[in-house]
Design a protein around this ligand. Sequence first.
Ligand SMILES: *Cc1c(COP(=O)(O)O)cnc(C)c1O
Length: 369
Amino acid sequence: MTITTDDRSLAFARRLATTPAPEQRRENILADPGFGSHFTDHMVAIDWTEEAGWHDARLQPYGPIALQPASAVLHYGQEVFEGLKAYRHDDGSIWTFRPEKNAERLRSSARRLALPELGTADFLASLSELVVADRHWVPAGAERSLYLRPFIIANETFIGVRPAHAASYFVIASPAGPYFESGVRPVSIWISTEHARTARGGTGDAKCGGNYAASLLPQQEAMRNGCAQVLFADAETGTRVDEAGSMNLFAVTRDGALITPAASGSILEGITRDSVIQLARDQQIRVDERDVFVDELCDGLATGEITEIFATGTAAAITPIGQLKSPAGSWGSVDAATGPVTRALRDELTGIQHGRVEDRHGWLYRLDA
Ligand SMILES: *Cc1c(COP(=O)(O)O)cnc(C)c1O
């Protein structure tokens, strides 16, 4: 992809870590990084105030950030975030996937949460700054990556209820190993009948921390019922599928078409979702973005009208779903093999990301050049 530099306004100051992780410690972490608990040597920070706009862009050692107890984010949850990955290709170069989409989505999330918007070129530059400094932290190999977490917090010292006049943007990075420890396997998913994730006009289509806070209790319920994830239905009727709370949902019908809930304002429009729709259409697979009903999936699994279900998101790319469960019963089986459509789409998507399948759409963006 090509990016014009028109909206690039910031120059990054660089302060490198004086005590980076010793090589041996880093290698040990990269051998088994898990997800989300180890962080690289550096971070990016950019401050914003109403008077000065975005300023003081810098690369600095990873470490605690100072916040006043009265910082707005701590009281009203004025925060938005992104998630994307850096992949090391076989020739050693480091790439990410459709980052301009993350930049755009961070801006639209920020608008919804009354936070300042960062330009695409500054967003991309912030990723490159961090990944170049911490390039040794990008693992090689299929299913491995460096997870990048940009986020914006309201940090004005003021507890009155209004949009904060000061905010900060950060990027941190965490090495990620295979999401499925023993190979890709179908999971079961719990249909939440009591809780909704969002409602029409809410924040469901913004990537904000508050949505996740609200999903933790139903997620706990899912795990108590032996499920890996929770499936949310629409708040008004409880009959239409929204999404899985951190992943978008797809099903394959008997005639080989894909169905997925239309973006109606109550789902977070995943970049993986958008990419899967494109890859399917490239193969002449019909994709219907429409209302998908919870009963349609449950009954369909029983009758064979629905042949595969899967979920999409940056963390796991594509997760096969073998079984749906609710207080009313269970449908399908976790022992089912991953379906052929799910597998083919997953192989192609992860193949493009890791540089092993041709990038027909120009989705890759080089971070270390
Ligand atoms: C981030 C997210 C997704 C997946 O989006 P991707 O861009 O594919 O990673 C789905 N649902 C929610 C609620 C999310 O926050």
